[in-house]
Design a protein around this ligand. Structure first.
Ligand code: G1P
Ligand code: ZN
Length: 555
């Protein structure tokens, strides 16, 4: 039977501006009539899809994924796509989507996820478009999508019977635009195979068989099935190495954000004293973030990136060296020091993975990362949680093979001794009124003239600015990417408003101080940064302007 393309009348919405990573809203917002369809059509209208092209679709398994997948399949058919690849059960982690786009040369992909935001009927939903290099659509595209979403008057769709996305295989449809197929693919195998080409699985297997204990927490999110295949099936780790590996539509009521606050169960296990596992890790809703822990030890994401860069040649995929590194502006300068030693370039980009894509496509950087628990390399164009976990395990396996011991804490301490320690912390004030958050930013900017030269306790302000980035590859300029207060000794405080929240505003304060004294390098970051924290509050007048007395999340 031929399915007819239908044109449905609609009207624009004013709030579909993609943020740091796609469009994220409460599920109820997405459930408004035509809301999802409008955004999808605005993407298709921006792209000029070649007839018969292939689209990859998958998500983190959260509530509304299945509904959105059926909608996207129908709209893809009506908009000239010839094929859709869907992960089985609608599941595909963000890095897996990136890999599948690249491996099968699909035109692009849609990722249905609000990443680390809470899920469920009352939680968040999100949608992100990735281009043919596998990476998030750059601002040039997302700006155009937003412009179109405000003035859209119609969208195209074809009504199909619900596609069975639980069963592997191909379903063919005839539409009045021609043949259209939906292929349900295994969500895990391609990605697991890729990991096996990058890392020394034999060495990791030996490490895991040596009595070295690991614990991976999938937080009831997308990495569960990936972790099962990689750690248990391919690396022979015991089942007890995994926790919360069954994806659930509301992440079992939790907040799938791998940090010290939200991954509390794993943190308790890893900080349980002498019998704690040797290595712990967690990943977020859509599998692109990672948290790394040692026995009673937390590795900041900024340090993690630096340690991986310093040890990259221990890993098969990077054995011949790395071309360069990149980090988002608020990420600490720890990796910069490694880049100096390796004599490779280090790029500083705005927050958000989309800014790394051009540098990787141009072959200028191999590893990149963000302080927000994101690390990855040019093997995909997204951050990649399990990749980071495997990288750490591979490096530890090599240390074990060389010295007969593998300790995260020992590695970090040796790293700090060599490079100094960029003591780092981020304080988030979530869900505060937008006006109050803007007032704080304005208050700081109002002091740009008077702050340089001023002394605050042990620190003197050198300069301050609002970070803007000039992309050396495509020439684009991104302004207002965070306010920086730079102190003469290299310490700094950065203030930035989040672009991923769905309730009010989230104000982030990023604090960094550089410590070369090995006797002080072991100090808890909150203690080492206590004076900087006070200075940040003094300059911003945050408490007076927002009424918030303490951060919601400290990482
Ligand atoms: C946050 C992080 C940012 C990351 C993004 C998507 O964005 O800070 O580094 O790329 O989530 O995971 P923000 O809410 O700060 O705009
Ligand atoms: Zn994520």
């Amino acid at each position: 039977m031929q399915n007819q393309v239908q044109t449905i009348s609609t009207h624009g919405f004013n709030d579909q501006k993609p943020g740091t990573s796609g469009l994220r809203k409460k599920v109820q917002v997405f459930q408004q009539t035509h809301y999802l369809e409008n955004f999808v059509q605005s993407i298709f209208d921006t792209l000029e899809v070649p007839l018969g092209a292939t689209l990859t679709v998958g998500g983190d398994g959260r509530y509304y994924n299945r509904h959105a997948i059926q909608t996207i399949i129908e709209m893809a058919a009506a908009n000239g796509f010839g094929h859709v690849l869907v992960g089985q059960a609608g599941i595909l982690s963000t890095p897996a989507v990136s890999h599948i786009i690249r491996k099968y040369h699909t035109f692009g992909g849609m990722i249905l996820s609000a990443s680390h935001n809470q899920g469920g009927v009352h939680g968040d939903f999100g949608i992100k478009y990735n281009i043919s290099n596998g990476g998030p659509a750059p601002e040039k595209i997302t700006d155009e999508v937003f412009a179109k979403s405000k003035v859209i008057t119609q969208y195209k769709t074809v009504k199909f019977a619900p596609v069975d996305i639980n069963t592997l295989g191909k379903t063919e449809f005839e539409t009045d635009r021609g043949k259209f197929t939906v292929q349900v693919i295994d969500a895990v195998q391609d990605y697991a195979d890729l990991m096996q080409t990058l890392f020394d699985f034999t060495a990791i297997k030996k490490l895991l068989a040596s009595g070295f204990k690991m614990k991976f927490d999938a937080m009831h999110a997308v990495t569960g099935p990936y972790a099962q295949e990689i750690f248990v099936n391919r690396l022979s780790a015991p089942e007890s190495s995994l926790m919360n590996c069954l994806p659930s539509e509301d992440f079992n009521g939790g907040h799938p954000d791998p940090n010290l606050t939200y991954a509390a169960d794993l943190v308790a296990i890893m900080f349980s004293g002498a019998n704690a596992p040797d290595f712990g890790a967690a990943s977020d809703g859509d599998g692109d973030r990672n948290m790394i822990l040692g026995k009673n030890f937390f590795v900041t994401p900024s340090d993690s990136l630096a340690v991986l860069a310093a040890n990259a040649t221990l890993v098969p995929a990077y054995a011949s060296g790395i071309a360069g590194v990149a980090r988002s502006m608020p990420t600490s300068g720890a990796v910069d020091r490694v880049a100096v030693k390796l004599n490779i370039p280090c790029y500083e980009t705005p927050t958000g993975w989309k800014f790394f894509g051009n540098l990787m496509d141009a072959g200028k950087v191999t590893l990149c990362g963000e302080e927000s628990f994101g690390t990855s390399s040019s093997h995909v164009r997204e951050k990649d949680g399990l990749w980071a976990v495997l990288f750490w395990l591979n490096v530890l396996a090599q240390k074990y093979a060389l010295d007969g011991m593998a300790s995260v804490e020992t590695m970090l301490k040796a790293h700090w001794l060599e490079f100094g320690r960029n003591v780092y912390s981020r304080h988030d004030y979530e869900a505060i009124p937008t006006d109050a958050a803007n007032a704080v930013m304005q208050h700081i900017k109002g002091q740009f003239e008077s702050l340089p030269g001023q002394k605050f306790g042990h620190y003197q302000v050198g300069s301050c600015d609002d970070f803007s980035y000039h992309d050396s590859i495509d020439g684009s300029v991104s302004k207002n990417q965070g306010v920086r207060i730079l102190f003469v000794d290299g310490s700094r405080i950065v203030f930035r408003l989040s672009g991923t929240g769905t309730e009010g505003a989230t104000l982030r304060i990023y604090l960094e101080a550089y410590e070369t004294d090995s006797h002080k390098q072991h100090l808890d970051a909150q203690i080492a940064l206590a004076e900087m924290i006070k200075i940040g509050l003094q300059i911003s007048q945050l408490v007076a302007l927002t009424g918030c007395v303490s951060p919601t999340v400290i990482t």
